[in-house]
Design a protein around this ligand. Sequence first.
Ligand SMILES: [Zn+2]
Length: 86
Amino acid sequence: MLILSSNKSGRPFSEIWKTDIKRGESKGNGHYSGTCQYCSTHWKRAKSVSLKIHLTKCNLAPNEVRDIHSILGGHLLLVLLFIKFS
Ligand SMILES: [Zn+2]
């Protein structure tokens, strides 16, 4: 069982910027460009949700990385569906 860290400070997505995604230049409004550390996929405007989803299926990411993100990704998919159909 994976125990997710409980010392979140209300910014659940910030972790990926430290480990999995290289943050690029600021695009304003709190948006940044980003690059996947593993496969070098680049986003001009990296959204946390897109990055998370990418990390669940990135072919070059270590299995443990994909596992961690796929647990959270389940929730994100629900959120995305909600946004899409609301
Ligand atoms: Zn990748």
